[in-house]
Design a protein around this ligand. Structure first.
Ligand SMILES: [Zn+2]
Length: 164
């Protein structure tokens, strides 16, 4: 299989995570096979990835690799090379989590700003409506007053035609 294709888009432990469908018959007894809890996509990873947070090759969400029953993380730590690799992966995971946190904080600030903008727009709209309502009320008063004057004028005309 093409190693580069299957790990595309993975940020964490990229060299360990792979797509179970692309794995063909190459799954080893030591591999951990599991489904992404977010999208259900089948994933396969070397046993040394147990307990690590990886990025799903399908949906891109962070996924913690399950630790197989009977396996202890300390089993992995006996080999200094593996230990170094684990540490490297954890550092990468930490960095990715920090990046994600920064993105989310930025996103939150943008959403708050958008909320404030909408509140302000809404307030301005309410102000305009109140102004329009006041103008309508004024027009209504003028019309009523004009009707009253017209009525009085008709009465005066009538009393000139038919004096009592
Ligand atoms: Zn997924």
């Amino acid at each position: 299989m093409d190693e580069d294709d299957t790990i595309e888009g993975t940020q964490v432990s990229a060299e360990l995570a792979a797509d179970v469908d692309d794995q063909g018959g190459e799954i080893r007894d030591t591999d951990i096979v599991f489904d992404c809890p977010h999208c259900g996509h089948g994933l396969v990873i070397d046993y040394r990835g147990a307990g690590l947070v990886i990025t799903c090759v399908q949906c891109g969400k962070p996924v913690q690799v399950p630790i197989p029953e009977g396996m202890h993380l300390s089993d992995l730590d006996q080999d200094p090379e593996n230990l170094r690799k684990q540490l490297g992966n954890l550092r990468t995971a930490l960095r990715a989590a920090e990046d994600r946190e920064r993105d989310l904080v930025e996103e939150l600030a943008e959403l708050r700003q958008r909320c404030e903008d909408l509140d302000r727009e809404n307030l301005q709209r309410l102000h305009r409506l109140a102004e329009l309502r006041a103008a309508c009320e004024h027009a209504q008063r003028v019309i009523t007053e004009s009707n009253n004057i017209l009525g009085r004028m008709f009465d005066m005309i009538q009393s000139e035609i038919e004096p009592k």
